[in-house]
Design a protein around this ligand. Structure first.
Ligand SMILES: [Zn+2]
Length: 318
Protein backbone atom coordinates (compact mmCIF):
# COMPACT_ATOMS: atom_id res chain seq x y z
CA UNK A 1 0.00 0.00 0.00
CA UNK A 2 2.76 2.41 0.96
CA UNK A 3 4.51 1.76 -2.33
CA UNK A 4 1.45 2.90 -4.21
CA UNK A 5 1.49 6.31 -2.55
CA UNK A 6 4.65 7.56 -4.24
CA UNK A 7 4.91 11.25 -5.18
CA UNK A 8 4.36 10.21 -8.82
CA UNK A 9 1.05 8.45 -8.08
CA UNK A 10 -0.12 11.30 -5.90
CA UNK A 11 0.75 13.75 -8.66
CA UNK A 12 -1.17 11.67 -11.16
CA UNK A 13 -4.20 11.49 -8.87
CA UNK A 14 -4.09 15.25 -8.35
CA UNK A 15 -3.91 15.81 -12.12
CA UNK A 16 -6.89 13.51 -12.72
CA UNK A 17 -8.89 15.27 -9.99
CA UNK A 18 -8.02 18.68 -11.44
CA UNK A 19 -9.01 17.59 -14.93
CA UNK A 20 -12.33 16.19 -13.67
CA UNK A 21 -12.96 19.44 -11.80
CA UNK A 22 -12.19 21.59 -14.84
CA UNK A 23 -14.38 19.54 -17.17
CA UNK A 24 -17.27 19.68 -14.70
CA UNK A 25 -16.78 23.40 -14.16
CA UNK A 26 -17.01 24.02 -17.88
CA UNK A 27 -20.53 22.73 -17.69
CA UNK A 28 -20.26 19.87 -20.15
CA UNK A 29 -21.45 17.36 -17.61
CA UNK A 30 -23.42 19.77 -15.51
CA UNK A 31 -27.03 20.47 -16.18
CA UNK A 32 -27.55 23.47 -18.40
CA UNK A 33 -29.62 25.81 -16.34
CA UNK A 34 -29.88 28.79 -18.61
CA UNK A 35 -33.45 28.48 -19.81
CA UNK A 36 -35.50 29.26 -16.74
CA UNK A 37 -32.82 31.25 -14.98
CA UNK A 38 -32.12 33.63 -17.83
CA UNK A 39 -35.76 34.60 -18.05
CA UNK A 40 -35.73 35.80 -14.50
CA UNK A 41 -32.43 37.62 -14.40
CA UNK A 42 -33.95 40.75 -12.96
CA UNK A 43 -36.00 38.84 -10.42
CA UNK A 44 -35.52 39.75 -6.79
CA UNK A 45 -36.17 36.16 -5.77
CA UNK A 46 -33.21 34.23 -4.44
CA UNK A 47 -31.78 31.52 -6.61
CA UNK A 48 -33.08 28.14 -5.49
CA UNK A 49 -31.46 24.83 -6.31
CA UNK A 50 -33.91 22.03 -6.93
CA UNK A 51 -33.12 18.31 -7.17
CA UNK A 52 -35.61 16.60 -9.43
CA UNK A 53 -34.32 13.09 -8.60
CA UNK A 54 -37.23 12.44 -6.25
CA UNK A 55 -39.86 13.78 -8.61
CA UNK A 56 -42.04 11.61 -10.85
CA UNK A 57 -40.33 10.67 -14.10
CA UNK A 58 -41.25 9.24 -17.48
CA UNK A 59 -38.75 7.75 -19.96
CA UNK A 60 -38.85 7.13 -23.69
CA UNK A 61 -38.83 3.45 -24.80
CA UNK A 62 -35.12 3.71 -25.74
CA UNK A 63 -34.36 5.47 -22.40
CA UNK A 64 -32.61 8.33 -24.17
CA UNK A 65 -35.12 10.90 -22.93
CA UNK A 66 -36.35 11.31 -19.37
CA UNK A 67 -38.88 13.88 -18.26
CA UNK A 68 -39.11 14.88 -14.59
CA UNK A 69 -41.90 17.07 -13.39
CA UNK A 70 -42.57 19.07 -10.29
CA UNK A 71 -46.17 18.85 -9.06
CA UNK A 72 -48.57 20.53 -9.64
CA UNK A 73 -47.28 20.20 -13.22
CA UNK A 74 -49.58 17.50 -14.63
CA UNK A 75 -48.43 14.08 -15.80
CA UNK A 76 -50.35 14.65 -19.05
CA UNK A 77 -48.12 17.65 -19.75
CA UNK A 78 -44.99 15.61 -18.97
CA UNK A 79 -46.27 12.88 -21.29
CA UNK A 80 -46.84 15.39 -24.10
CA UNK A 81 -43.33 16.79 -23.58
CA UNK A 82 -41.88 13.27 -23.65
CA UNK A 83 -43.73 12.46 -26.89
CA UNK A 84 -42.44 15.66 -28.51
CA UNK A 85 -38.85 15.12 -27.31
CA UNK A 86 -38.92 11.51 -28.52
CA UNK A 87 -39.96 12.75 -31.95
CA UNK A 88 -37.13 15.33 -31.84
CA UNK A 89 -34.74 12.49 -30.95
CA UNK A 90 -35.88 10.51 -34.03
CA UNK A 91 -35.43 13.48 -36.36
CA UNK A 92 -31.97 14.26 -34.97
CA UNK A 93 -31.05 10.62 -35.66
CA UNK A 94 -32.06 11.16 -39.27
CA UNK A 95 -30.21 14.47 -39.57
CA UNK A 96 -26.97 13.34 -37.87
CA UNK A 97 -27.07 9.52 -37.78
CA UNK A 98 -23.52 9.12 -36.52
CA UNK A 99 -23.60 11.79 -33.85
CA UNK A 100 -23.50 10.28 -30.37
CA UNK A 101 -25.70 12.55 -28.32
CA UNK A 102 -25.80 12.27 -24.51
CA UNK A 103 -28.98 11.13 -22.83
CA UNK A 104 -31.38 13.99 -22.30
CA UNK A 105 -33.15 14.86 -19.06
CA UNK A 106 -35.90 17.41 -19.24
CA UNK A 107 -37.23 18.96 -16.07
CA UNK A 108 -40.57 20.71 -15.91
CA UNK A 109 -40.60 23.19 -13.07
CA UNK A 110 -43.78 24.60 -11.58
CA UNK A 111 -43.72 28.38 -11.84
CA UNK A 112 -45.89 28.74 -8.74
CA UNK A 113 -43.13 27.51 -6.43
CA UNK A 114 -39.98 29.50 -7.10
CA UNK A 115 -39.68 31.99 -9.93
CA UNK A 116 -35.93 31.59 -10.10
CA UNK A 117 -34.51 28.10 -9.96
CA UNK A 118 -31.54 26.09 -10.98
CA UNK A 119 -31.62 22.37 -11.39
CA UNK A 120 -29.02 20.24 -9.63
CA UNK A 121 -28.53 17.07 -11.60
CA UNK A 122 -25.71 15.11 -13.15
CA UNK A 123 -25.73 14.45 -16.87
CA UNK A 124 -27.08 16.62 -19.66
CA UNK A 125 -30.41 18.30 -19.25
CA UNK A 126 -32.60 21.29 -19.84
CA UNK A 127 -35.47 22.70 -17.92
CA UNK A 128 -38.57 24.68 -18.65
CA UNK A 129 -40.92 26.49 -16.37
CA UNK A 130 -44.55 25.53 -16.79
CA UNK A 131 -47.31 28.07 -16.38
CA UNK A 132 -49.33 26.09 -13.85
CA UNK A 133 -52.35 28.41 -14.02
CA UNK A 134 -53.17 27.03 -17.48
CA UNK A 135 -50.98 24.08 -18.39
CA UNK A 136 -52.72 23.23 -21.66
CA UNK A 137 -52.27 26.81 -22.83
CA UNK A 138 -48.60 26.63 -21.81
CA UNK A 139 -48.11 23.47 -23.86
CA UNK A 140 -49.56 25.16 -26.94
CA UNK A 141 -47.68 28.43 -26.33
CA UNK A 142 -44.86 29.68 -28.53
CA UNK A 143 -42.58 29.63 -25.51
CA UNK A 144 -43.12 25.92 -24.89
CA UNK A 145 -42.90 25.03 -28.58
CA UNK A 146 -39.74 27.08 -28.95
CA UNK A 147 -38.26 25.18 -26.01
CA UNK A 148 -39.19 21.77 -27.41
CA UNK A 149 -38.53 22.30 -31.10
CA UNK A 150 -35.67 24.81 -31.06
CA UNK A 151 -33.82 24.93 -27.72
CA UNK A 152 -33.92 21.17 -27.14
CA UNK A 153 -32.59 20.09 -30.57
CA UNK A 154 -30.06 22.95 -30.59
CA UNK A 155 -28.59 22.22 -27.15
CA UNK A 156 -28.76 18.46 -27.58
CA UNK A 157 -26.73 18.50 -30.78
CA UNK A 158 -24.36 21.15 -29.48
CA UNK A 159 -23.74 19.18 -26.28
CA UNK A 160 -22.52 16.25 -28.39
CA UNK A 161 -20.20 18.51 -30.40
CA UNK A 162 -18.98 20.34 -27.28
CA UNK A 163 -18.11 17.12 -25.49
CA UNK A 164 -15.84 16.12 -28.31
CA UNK A 165 -14.65 19.35 -29.89
CA UNK A 166 -15.03 22.55 -27.88
CA UNK A 167 -12.88 21.60 -24.95
CA UNK A 168 -10.09 20.43 -27.23
CA UNK A 169 -10.11 23.46 -29.50
CA UNK A 170 -12.03 26.64 -28.78
CA UNK A 171 -11.95 27.64 -32.43
CA UNK A 172 -14.59 25.04 -33.26
CA UNK A 173 -17.58 26.97 -32.02
CA UNK A 174 -18.87 27.44 -35.56
CA UNK A 175 -19.10 23.66 -35.99
CA UNK A 176 -21.30 23.27 -32.90
CA UNK A 177 -23.51 26.31 -33.46
CA UNK A 178 -23.91 25.56 -37.18
CA UNK A 179 -24.80 21.90 -36.62
CA UNK A 180 -27.12 22.83 -33.73
CA UNK A 181 -29.08 25.49 -35.61
CA UNK A 182 -29.22 23.40 -38.77
CA UNK A 183 -30.59 20.42 -36.77
CA UNK A 184 -33.12 22.68 -35.04
CA UNK A 185 -34.15 24.03 -38.44
CA UNK A 186 -34.80 20.50 -39.70
CA UNK A 187 -36.84 19.75 -36.57
CA UNK A 188 -38.83 22.94 -37.12
CA UNK A 189 -39.35 22.10 -40.78
CA UNK A 190 -40.91 18.77 -39.77
CA UNK A 191 -42.74 19.63 -36.57
CA UNK A 192 -43.03 23.38 -36.00
CA UNK A 193 -42.36 25.65 -39.01
CA UNK A 194 -43.40 28.74 -37.04
CA UNK A 195 -40.66 28.02 -34.50
CA UNK A 196 -38.05 27.66 -37.25
CA UNK A 197 -39.31 30.91 -38.78
CA UNK A 198 -38.92 32.72 -35.45
CA UNK A 199 -35.41 31.35 -35.00
CA UNK A 200 -34.40 32.52 -38.49
CA UNK A 201 -35.74 35.97 -37.63
CA UNK A 202 -33.52 35.96 -34.52
CA UNK A 203 -30.51 34.93 -36.62
CA UNK A 204 -31.27 37.73 -39.11
CA UNK A 205 -31.48 40.17 -36.22
CA UNK A 206 -28.16 38.92 -34.84
CA UNK A 207 -26.62 39.35 -38.27
CA UNK A 208 -27.78 42.96 -38.26
CA UNK A 209 -27.97 45.26 -41.26
CA UNK A 210 -25.63 44.10 -44.02
CA UNK A 211 -23.65 46.75 -45.82
CA UNK A 212 -21.25 46.42 -48.71
CA UNK A 213 -18.81 43.56 -48.89
CA UNK A 214 -18.24 42.99 -45.18
CA UNK A 215 -17.10 39.45 -44.33
CA UNK A 216 -16.97 37.26 -41.22
CA UNK A 217 -14.12 35.00 -40.16
CA UNK A 218 -15.84 31.87 -38.88
CA UNK A 219 -12.65 30.34 -37.55
CA UNK A 220 -12.48 33.24 -35.11
CA UNK A 221 -16.09 32.93 -33.91
CA UNK A 222 -16.13 33.04 -30.15
CA UNK A 223 -19.13 33.61 -27.99
CA UNK A 224 -18.82 36.85 -26.05
CA UNK A 225 -19.02 36.46 -22.31
CA UNK A 226 -22.23 36.89 -20.32
CA UNK A 227 -24.61 39.17 -22.18
CA UNK A 228 -25.09 42.44 -20.34
CA UNK A 229 -28.48 44.09 -20.18
CA UNK A 230 -28.82 47.04 -22.52
CA UNK A 231 -26.98 47.71 -25.73
CA UNK A 232 -24.56 44.94 -26.80
CA UNK A 233 -20.89 45.86 -27.08
CA UNK A 234 -19.10 45.73 -30.43
CA UNK A 235 -17.45 42.39 -29.49
CA UNK A 236 -20.82 40.93 -28.52
CA UNK A 237 -22.43 42.17 -31.72
CA UNK A 238 -19.66 40.51 -33.74
CA UNK A 239 -19.98 37.29 -31.75
CA UNK A 240 -23.74 37.20 -32.24
CA UNK A 241 -23.26 37.34 -35.99
CA UNK A 242 -21.37 34.05 -35.77
CA UNK A 243 -24.61 32.15 -35.16
CA UNK A 244 -26.15 33.37 -38.38
CA UNK A 245 -22.98 32.71 -40.38
CA UNK A 246 -22.56 29.19 -38.96
CA UNK A 247 -26.16 28.27 -39.75
CA UNK A 248 -25.93 29.72 -43.28
CA UNK A 249 -22.89 27.57 -43.99
CA UNK A 250 -24.58 24.34 -42.89
CA UNK A 251 -27.78 25.26 -44.70
CA UNK A 252 -25.96 26.02 -47.93
CA UNK A 253 -24.02 22.74 -47.79
CA UNK A 254 -27.23 20.77 -47.20
CA UNK A 255 -28.94 22.50 -50.11
CA UNK A 256 -26.07 22.27 -52.59
CA UNK A 257 -24.31 19.06 -51.53
CA UNK A 258 -27.18 17.21 -49.86
CA UNK A 259 -28.09 16.61 -46.19
CA UNK A 260 -26.12 13.34 -46.10
CA UNK A 261 -22.96 15.25 -46.96
CA UNK A 262 -23.50 17.59 -44.01
CA UNK A 263 -23.84 14.58 -41.69
CA UNK A 264 -20.70 13.07 -43.17
CA UNK A 265 -18.75 16.31 -42.72
CA UNK A 266 -19.76 16.65 -39.10
CA UNK A 267 -18.74 13.05 -38.42
CA UNK A 268 -15.42 13.70 -40.15
CA UNK A 269 -14.84 16.95 -38.24
CA UNK A 270 -15.41 15.13 -34.96
CA UNK A 271 -13.62 11.93 -35.89
CA UNK A 272 -10.10 10.77 -35.07
CA UNK A 273 -8.53 10.36 -31.68
CA UNK A 274 -7.91 14.07 -31.20
CA UNK A 275 -10.23 16.27 -33.30
CA UNK A 276 -9.12 19.87 -33.80
CA UNK A 277 -10.39 23.05 -35.37
CA UNK A 278 -7.84 22.70 -38.16
CA UNK A 279 -9.13 19.24 -39.02
CA UNK A 280 -12.76 20.45 -39.02
CA UNK A 281 -11.76 23.40 -41.14
CA UNK A 282 -10.04 21.20 -43.74
CA UNK A 283 -13.06 18.89 -44.02
CA UNK A 284 -15.50 21.74 -44.55
CA UNK A 285 -13.21 23.76 -46.83
CA UNK A 286 -12.96 20.83 -49.20
CA UNK A 287 -16.75 20.46 -49.29
CA UNK A 288 -17.31 24.19 -49.82
CA UNK A 289 -15.25 23.97 -52.98
CA UNK A 290 -14.82 26.87 -55.32
CA UNK A 291 -18.49 27.86 -55.44
CA UNK A 292 -18.79 28.24 -51.67
CA UNK A 293 -17.38 31.00 -49.46
CA UNK A 294 -14.03 30.81 -47.66
CA UNK A 295 -14.43 29.95 -43.99
CA UNK A 296 -12.22 32.86 -43.03
CA UNK A 297 -14.19 35.39 -45.08
CA UNK A 298 -17.89 34.61 -45.39
CA UNK A 299 -19.65 37.58 -47.01
CA UNK A 300 -22.47 38.83 -44.77
CA UNK A 301 -24.65 39.52 -47.83
CA UNK A 302 -24.29 35.83 -48.74
CA UNK A 303 -25.41 34.89 -45.20
CA UNK A 304 -28.47 37.17 -45.44
CA UNK A 305 -29.44 35.46 -48.71
CA UNK A 306 -29.20 32.00 -47.10
CA UNK A 307 -31.42 33.11 -44.20
CA UNK A 308 -34.01 34.35 -46.68
CA UNK A 309 -33.80 31.11 -48.68
CA UNK A 310 -34.25 29.01 -45.54
CA UNK A 311 -37.25 31.11 -44.52
CA UNK A 312 -38.88 30.73 -47.94
CA UNK A 313 -38.38 26.94 -47.78
CA UNK A 314 -40.62 26.68 -44.71
CA UNK A 315 -44.26 25.76 -45.23
CA UNK A 316 -46.66 28.67 -44.93
CA UNK A 317 -48.23 29.26 -41.56
CA UNK A 318 -51.39 27.11 -41.22
ZN1 LIG B 1 -25.57 27.15 -29.19
Amino acid sequence: MEKLLTPATLGLLAAVALLAYLVTRRGFFATTATFAASENNDSEWPLVWVRPGSWPCLASPNRRVRVYWEPPVAETVAQAVLTAATRVDEILDEVFPRLRRPRLRLTLLADCHHPRQRVAMTGFGLHAMVDTADQEAWLASHRAREFLFSAVPHEWVEAAVALRLYWRDRKTRWVGEGAADYAAYRVGLALAPEVARARLAILAERLGPVTGTECFDLTDFRVATQAQPGKPTEAQRRARRGYAVSFALFYWLAERRGPAEVARLLAQAMGGSWPTGARARRAFERALGSDGPALTAVPLAWVAERLQEATRALPAHP
